[in-house]
Design a protein around this ligand. Structure first.
Ligand code: T1G
Length: 705
């Protein structure tokens, strides 16, 4: 018996414990240990019933995703076939009870559904989130779940990857009982209670009622929420089989579809995204035992859109927040938005009114710095101007306590320059949230030259506490996200000068999988803000280098985007965008006046120019050391910039296309469009050496030579 799985008898009940930290994944040795324990318990005459339970903080979080990544990159496709083990459990002549705490996800829930009974503690969670990894459940999930909760609900759960809390799972018939108090004694008592009951309830023997409407609704859901993704569509095929084929044949069909999904580019990319999102927390030069400062009280400067959103994110995590602004009117406006956002969530049933009241009670608006001396962190979220930020940091430096972390939410400005007005630059760090800050998962954490290791650890811990993806980046212009966005936006503007329309560019980007087209993003963020940021850096633009022509014109016309009803697009009262012939005519005239020859532009060229320029800038960021790994850049782009996770992020996507192909195309654009397309040296080297960005990460992490 492997040490990952152990067996102990509690009277007539055999208790099998899976103990494979951190989340009891079905890593090599676990299925084998389980199979051996089950056989031992079956054969033991003293045993009347069997309990399977997880050690540590959770039940089983599924198959081992890291093993998947390894076997996929080794071209071996999928993980172990768990069917024989699960069949052995279901076939057991003695009742098998699965006792759930924490999470039972993917293979973990499939294991539970193969058992005869499922019990759980009230805060347990269950689900089949495989679609988030681009794969089809492969161990009976698409065949057993519809037998327990019905085809429609099963299809909805599998397409959405929804995690269901225990009370709802009990109502759905996915659980047999909720256990209050300690799980193990409760499970042993339940097993003894059911030990003699026959026949044993085997999920596979249940009938699936066909439900065409339910499947159609799930297909609709997949179209709306999983655009371009293949696994949900394949999972629906397996679910359909559950309603039309005998169990064993349905299982076979599922296995084929799951194995096929595992060899897909989308699965590789989404599994990369899962791992990348967790790798960001591992800072190469930050010793694991670096203790973050305590974070109980926070203070924010600026009650605008960002300040209000950050205050909500902190209050949602139970952190007490003071929020300061310069006028009562500004403060009131900010708090009205906060209150409205919470009311909308209550109205949508996301949480009850009392939770809203608790969170509002944690947010304290004020016009002065009273109480700021108690704050563990001060986050400045004021106007994006260096002068304003320097003045505020000079003030904060006087009121904040010595070990208070001084953070700025700047999206582009130099952290070192901001820190230079304080007596403690080592306590200054960038925490770049994204709008709406209470929703967007990404936080770029920007280290300055002097930023101390404990301050970095504190900011990373804050991101985790806020359940956000905190990515540490260097202090270069625009950090990582915006630094790659600037050339992307510029290239898109050149494309419309040369003949494309904003709608065509955005449509091509949408089809590629971007959550929003770049012109729609510009209109949402505000053309005035974009123009102002451009002015902050106008001094860096080399003379003679081509610059886009339209932004200034739209700014001077007061076309700021959604906020003025007109930008690149025209907006109706519901903020629905439509192409604006006036803008398209203005673009044509502007191009003509500038002597720019206009031509037909293909969607392929749009994608190559918009995405490859991003990748090229990403390579520069890596070689300058402003990102620890290529996968950090990917995590930034799929958690904060709407880059499709099923393409893995810009750097993973580059590897998928092939760096040589990308380099050759960039060199072609370099010849055609000049210096702005000069290939990044790292990209050139990797392309010529046949290397990948993923390979570079492995080298840097000592995982490869
Ligand atoms: N395999 C391997 N490692 C895993 C893992 C898994 N399934 N899940 C989590 N980890 C690691 C993770 O990388 C991190 O490691 C640590 O655990 C804590 O995770 C056959 C084919 C369980 C809700 O999709 O959703 O079963 O960074 O930081 O926020 O049909 O992890 O510390 O080194 O996320 O508390 C389906 C994935 C697999 C669930 C915990 N299962 N996991 O969240 O901690 S496919 C999933 C999660 C499958 C079958 C198919 C979450 C969590 P490290 P964490 P958390």
């Amino acid at each position: 018996m492997s040490q990952l799985v152990s067996l102990a008898n509690h009277g007539p009940v055999a208790v099998i414990t899976i103990d494979n930290p951190p989340v009891n994944a079905l890593s090599p040795g676990v299925p084998e240990g389980l199979a051996s324990c089950i056989e031992t318990a079956k054969a033991d005459p003293a045993v009347e019933a069997i309990v399977i339970i997880g050690g540590g903080r959770t039940f089983v979080a599924g198959a081992d995703i890291n093993e998947f990544a390894k076997s996929i990159s080794a071209g071996k496709g999928g993980g172990p076939d768990l069917t024989p083990l699960f069949t052995a459990i279901e076939d057991s002549p003695k009742p098998v009870v699965v006792a759930i705490h924490g999470a039972a996800l993917g293979g973990g829930l499939e294991l539970a559904m193969a058992a005869h009974y499922r019990i759980a503690v009230p805060d347990a969670q269950v689900g089949l989130p495989e679609a988030n990894l681009g794969i089809v459940p492969g161990a009976g999930g698409t065949q057993r779940l519809p037998r327990l909760v019905g085809l429609a609900k099963a299809a909805e759960m599998i397409v959405s990857g929804q995690i269901v809390k225990a009370p709802a799972a009990l109502e759905l018939g996915l659980l047999d009982r909720m256990i209050e108090g300690d799980l193990l004694p409760g499970a042993v008592a339940f097993a003894q209670e059911t030990a003699a009951k026959r026949p044993l309830p085997r999920t596979r023997e249940r009938v699936v009622e066909t439900d065409a409407a339910g499947l159609a609704a799930a297909r609709d859901l997949a179209r709306k929420t999983r655009r371009n993704q293949t696994a949900p569509v394949m999972a629906l095929e397996a679910l359909e089989a559950a309603g039309t084929l005998p169990f064993a044949e349905g299982l076979k069909k599922e296995r084929e579809l799951s194995a096929k999904s595992l060899t897909s580019e989308q699965a590789s990319a989404l599994i990369h995204a899962f791992i990348a999102e967790r790798a960001v927390a591992k800072i190469p030069d930050l010793p694991k035992d670096t203790a973050p400062y305590p974070l109980h009280k926070a203070a924010i400067i600026g009650a605008g859109t960002m300040g209000g959103g950050i205050a909500m994110a902190l209050a949602n995590a139970g952190i007490d927040v003071r929020i300061k602004d310069t006028t009562q009117e500004a403060l009131d406006r900010g708090l009205v938005t906060v209150r409205r956002n919470y009311s909308n969530s209550v109205a949508k049933g996301r949480f009850p009114q009392e939770v809203m009241d608790q969170r509002m009670a944690l947010i304290h608006p004020q016009l002065d710095y009273a109480g700021f001396e108690e704050a563990d962190i001060v986050i400045e979220a004021a106007f994006e101007s260096m002068a304003v930020k320097k003045q505020l940091f000079a003030e904060i430096d006087k009121v904040a306590k010595p070990d208070c972390v001084l953070a700025t939410n700047t999206s582009t400005l130099d952290i070192d320059e901001i820190a230079s007005v304080t007596s403690r630059p080592e306590m200054v760090i960038g925490t770049h949230f994204f709008s709406p800050a209470h929703v967007m998962r990404l936080v770029e954490i920007v280290r300055g030259k002097a930023t101390g290791k404990r301050v970095i650890a504190t900011a990373m811990a804050l991101a985790k506490t806020l359940r956000k993806v905190g990515v540490l980046v260097g202090n270069s212009m625009g950090f990582v996200g915006n630094r790659m966005m600037f050339p992307y936006m510029r290239e898109a503007q050149f494309l419309v000068e040369e003949g494309a329309t904003p709608a065509q560019v955005d449509r091509a980007l949408n089809n590629f999988g971007m959550a929003m087209g770049i012109f729609a993003v510009d209109d949402m963020g505000g053309i005035d803000l974009n123009w102002r940021v451009q002015q902050e850096y106008a001094h860096l633009v080399k003379p003679g280098i081509r610059q886009p022509l339209m932004l200034r014109k739209l700014f001077e016309m007061g076309r700021y985007g959604q906020k003025t009803g007109r930008g690149w697009y025209v907006y109706d009262e519901n903020r629905k965008a439509a192409p604006d012939p006036e803008v398209e005519a203005l673009i044509e005239r502007t191009a003509k006046d500038a002597g720019i020859e206009r031509r037909q532009i293909t969607d392929e060229e749009i994608i190559e120019r918009c995405i490859y320029i991003m990748i090229n800038e990403g390579a520069r960021i890596l070689e300058e050391g402003h990102a620890s790994r290529a996968s950090d850049i990917d995590a930034i782009y799929f958690s904060g910039y709407g880059f499709p996770a099923y393409r893995g992020g810009p750097m993973w996507y580059a590897d998928t296309v092939g760096l040589r192909k990308i380099y050759d195309k960039i060199e072609e654009f370099h010849q055609k469009h000049g210096e702005l397309w000069a290939p990044a040296p790292l990209l050139k080297r990797f392309a010529l050496e046949g290397r990948t960005f993923a390979g570079w990460d492995e080298v840097r992490e000592g995982k490869a030579a």
